[in-house]
Ligand binder design. Structure first.
Ligand code: CAA
Ligand code: NAD
Length: 307
């Protein structure tokens, strides 16, 4: 981590090398936005196949952007895409991937044990002053941070799907997050052209605390036979002005992720009184689709079918 005296006299960390774990919907998108804004980034996953999937997600998105920027100029389109990929390297070796990292962000499965296992290993191989961050949708940053030495700087950096399009990031400070770390992430968010809001380390932060109970209630509405999924989607788009209805959005987010969020809150946030039992009651319809590997758009089928 390089330190520079920025406009104010305060010490500021400059983040120039990022490592992202998880090359799925979110990880690949975040890698793309970093690379588009001149940040060197290592995209890391467990297999070459998963990395290929990440590259495919990035290429598809960049192709849309390149076609819009240079209509009818294929050479310019290719050059735009190639330039972004120059900032991206890939790895399936966690220890290698974090060696010269200023910031390590995870966007892997929404499971606290898996996230803690990864970070406890990385704590030994990453530079001591590298900041650790999580893109978790619903878990406590403080809890994930229990997996590393107390001296490690931690922050929540929560992105929205699709990362290249959504303009927001949420920054979550824990009680031990320094002002320097917070400022480094606020600065990085700005460099990546996102608007940042901050929130305490509470379940779901701002957006998901409101959005997830709404999506789960939509599923229960259909389970109770009150309306069809199609009509609920049309209603929320045309009657409330949402860009996607709750079923379309659940398929977009991933039904496994939605199920993980709901289970995680049921297991640990109901007894603390933070989330009501009713809001995260298990949904048989959602669990059945997950069991059948119908996880939404990413597997070609969820509440709806996709080509
Ligand atoms: N990459 C690059 N460009 C993209 C893109 C992508 N992934 N997705 C869309 N675009 C571009 C399109 O090319 C198009 O550009 P032009 O208007 O210049 O032609 C523009 O964005 C609009 O795209 P579309 O016409 O295809 O579709 P749309 O207008 O419906 O927008 C959307 C797509 C932005 C995804 C919109 O439907 C939307 O905002 N949906 C809701 C998404 C949302 O709520 N996300 C948050 C989920 S919750 C979460 O993420 C947190 C969590 O922890 C679970
Ligand atoms: P995804 O299923 O699309 O991708 C997850 C990726 O992580 C997969 O490629 C998987 O192989 C990889 N992975 C799993 N364990 C790993 C490990 N130990 N090391 C490296 N890679 C590993 O999931 P996603 O939708 O990108 O979600 C990732 C995280 O981001 C979750 O915590 C989720 O809650 C959060 N999130 C999701 C959304 C969304 O809308 N999908 C939005 C914001 C935040």
């Amino acid at each position: 981590v390089r330190r520079s005296f920025a406009t104010s006299a305060a010490l500021q960390k400059d983040i120039n090398h990022m490592t992202v774990f998880g090359a799925g919907l979110m990880g690949a998108g975040i890698v793309q936005v970093a690379a588009q804004n001149g940040i060197k980034v290592v995209m890391t996953d467990v297999s070459d196949k998963a990395l290929e999937n990440g590259k495919k997600i990035i290429t598809k998105s960049l192709t849309r952007i390149a076609r819009k920027a240079h209509p009818e100029d294929e050479a310019a389109q290719k050059s735009l895409i190639d330039k972004v990929f120059e900032n991206i390297s890939t790895s399936t070796s966690p220890d290698e991937a974090v060696k010269s990292s200023d910031l390590v962000l995870e966007a892997i499965v929404e499971n606290i044990k898996v996230k803690q296992e990864l970070f406890s290993k990385l704590d030994k191989s990453a530079p001591k002053d590298a900041i650790f961050a999580s893109n978790t949708s619903s878990l406590s940053i403080t809890d994930i941070a229990q997996s590393t030495e107390p001296s490690r700087q931690w922050i929540g950096w929560h992105w929205f799907n699709p990362p290249p399009q959504m303009k927001l990031v949420e920054i979550i400070k824990t009680e031990k997050t320094s002002e320097e770390t917070y400022r480094a992430l606020a600065d990085l968010s700005k460099r990546m052209k996102k608007t940042a809001v901050s929130c305490k380390d509470t379940p779901g932060f701002i957006v998901n605390r409101l959005l997830v109970p709404y999506m789960l209630e939509a599923v229960r509405m259909v389970e109770r036979g009150e309306a069809s999924a199609e009509d609920v989607d049309v209603a929320m788009k045309l009657g409330a002005g949402y860009p996607m209805g709750p079923f379309e959005l659940s398929d977009f987010v991933g039904l496994d992720t939605l199920s993980h969020i709901s289970r995680g809150w049921r297991d640990s946030r109901v007894e603390t009184g933070e989330i009501s039992a009713e809001a995260v009651k298990e949904s048989p319809l959602l669990e059945q689709l997950v069991k059948e590997n119908k996880l939404g758009r990413k597997t070609g089928e969820g509440f709806r079918k996709y080509d």
